[in-house]
Design a protein around this ligand. Structure first.
Ligand SMILES: [Zn+2]
Length: 161
């Protein structure tokens, strides 16, 4: 039923939950409060930011180690051949952007998406926090999609606005 992949958080784009049929304004409110709740969890914020920045950190470290502006550096020899130099720079930038995108999506899926799912559940649209599977109003003991044990939400406020 679901095309969400419960275990892996890797993907080309974010899939936080199954369709919830919300208006743009409701989606905005859900994400606003999901962000607010995440801001109150500094550990999740720090870890997700660090993971999301791994590609940029790696590139910065590699550039720093290679010291391309110095004579005798790894890249200095390439400067004689402008075409090769240009291709190397383009290749590095494309690889960095692709990796940066994948790591960002991973960090969002792994650390931010559960806050969105929790906020939807609070608003009376029960979602499995682990995989984003839409649950029936009366939550089963375990998610039928990923099998994680479910606890019933204590509060359930109606979708507003
Ligand atoms: Zn699930």
């Amino acid at each position: 039923m679901s095309d969400l992949r419960p275990i892996s958080h890797w993907g080309l784009w974010m899939r936080m939950h199954e369709p919830a049929g919300l208006s743009l304004r409701q989606q905005f409110m859900v994400h606003f409060w999901a962000n607010w709740e995440m801001l109150k969890q500094p550990r999740d914020l720090v870890i997700s930011s660090l993971v999301a920045l791994i590609p940029s950190g790696t590139l910065a470290t590699a550039v720093w180690l290679a010291r391309p502006h110095r004579r005798g550096s790894v890249l200095h020899g390439l400067a004689n051949d402008q075409t090769v130099l240009l291709l190397v720079v383009i290749g590095v930038v494309v690889a960095w952007l692709a990796a940066q995108h994948l790591f960002f999506v991973y960090a969002m899926q792994r650390w931010y998406a559960p806050f969105v799912r929790r906020e939807l559940s609070r608003r009376g649209i029960p979602m499995c926090e682990r995989c984003g599977h839409r649950l029936p109003p009366r939550a089963p003991a375990a998610c039928p999609e990923c099998g994680v044990p479910l606890t019933r939400p204590q509060e359930s406020k109606a979708v507003s606005g």
